[in-house]
Design a protein around this ligand. Sequence first.
Ligand code: HEM
Length: 505
Amino acid sequence: MEFWNETPEITANPSLCIGLVTILLIFYIQQRWKYRRIHQFMKTLQGPPCIPYIGNAYFALQINDRNLCNVLKRQIEKFPNGGYWVKNMPWFVTGDLKVINALLSSSQNIDKSYIYSYFKEHAAGIICANGEDWRLIRKTVNPSFHASVLKSFGSTYRHHTKTFIEKVEKFADDEMMADLFVPLHLCTMDFICESMMGCRMNIQKRDLTFLSTNLERSTEMIHTRLFNVLLQPDLIYYLLGKKQEINNCVKGMHALAKEIVELQTRRRDDARQSKSETEMVPVFMENLLKAIESGIIPKERAVDETVDMIIAGSVTTATTAAWMLTIFAQRPDIQGKAYKEIMETCGDREITLEDTSKFNYLEMVLKETLRHFCIPFISRTITEDLVVDENMTIPAEVNVILSLFVLHHNAENWEKPNEFYPENFSPMNELKRPKGAFLPFLTGPRHCPGSKYAFSSIKFLVANALLRYEFSSDEKMDDLPNASYRMIFMLWPLSGFRAKIKKRS
Ligand code: HEM
């Protein structure tokens, strides 16, 4: 027989096989024992069938940039307290008020789950920091949002809002619908750079549109990756060319933040050398540079924290303002009431920052906008057992996805949960609702520090836009709960924030 026709004799060594199987069995039993409380907890949750080794990771096959939010929404409808196994990790997905409030109020469970680490593609700052690292940076950031500091931002908002009003004039009296997001976002970036960092970057005047469109693209890509396990391994992401695409998208924002940090560091150094009074640097930048000088935060973090603050503060406020103007365009009744309130408060004079606290109806529209189009999901990893009530303790190491979207549409707490109905926030209706039913800025130690900043800047910008322009639309508002959305931190309409703009006489 030729040697290539010979079939090698495979002789299994029985004792080797038995040894291998025993080791695997011991490992399996050890793991099941170690994680027995997690397995017990997961058994109490509802959920779709698990495939051995894969768990529920097959969900990734359904998800893409445009349907992400709807797939997750459908799952929560089917399994309100859902348990999922992905990559051997337990996930608890819920929109339950009790669980959300217990977890967010816990001072121990402040860590974000590992999926946030993909936001490091933008910057490794406060948004994805955990543990002691987070506590240090949060302490540095908090004083930037004191009421006395926020009060001083009026002239900054006025200056950049004026530019916004001039910029959108080119769309006015055009029969075509304009997309409002980019002009609003360039304006809110101008707000943040000057109010928080002390730099007038003139993003609107320099038409730095790419900063906004690139951020839109990279954020959408990151959101898809968070929920699609197939895109999570770095090598696959790199080979698909997505890593390079994100790097290209974030380059401009990093350059902007670097310019701001260098400018402010130089100003401080110059002031010290000439022994002159340091120019007034806003609290955020001042505290950040001080924390770096005293070694509390590493130097290279200055750019990351600046990027995170620009992103966290500008995309959310621009998205909310864009939704409000789109809704005004589609609902002339709501627009009319808001306009009347502004006219009654200010007449023909300029709107001041103090006026914004008197715009009660506008605030109801703002809150209703945040109820529908909030950041729909947030996630945490339980680091210490969390007692929700006598029937539920979530063991450490479980990852939790909390759906603010589901919380905000719970029929038990809202008069018209699925309609755009600003009266949900009338003083009377606000009193009737249980604590924690409306949490667009979360609650507890990791709540959004910028909520008051958001309210005053959005009301200022939208009220000024409404005073100068009337908004209309050929489109009708979607059937809200069933509409499809894009997810770019918050929910976005698939067709964009579109409206016709007419100058008021
Ligand atoms: C409508 C506007 C806004 C909404 C809906 C909003 C919502 C949120 C939410 C839900 C979080 C928590 C995210 C999570 O834990 O996964 C958050 C965090 C944060 N927000 Fe906001 N935000 C808004 C405006 C702002 C503004 C204007 C600023 C700054 C000027 C800001 C700065 C931050 C920062 C720094 C964090 C991280 C906090 C931490 O992890 O300790 N936000 N925001």
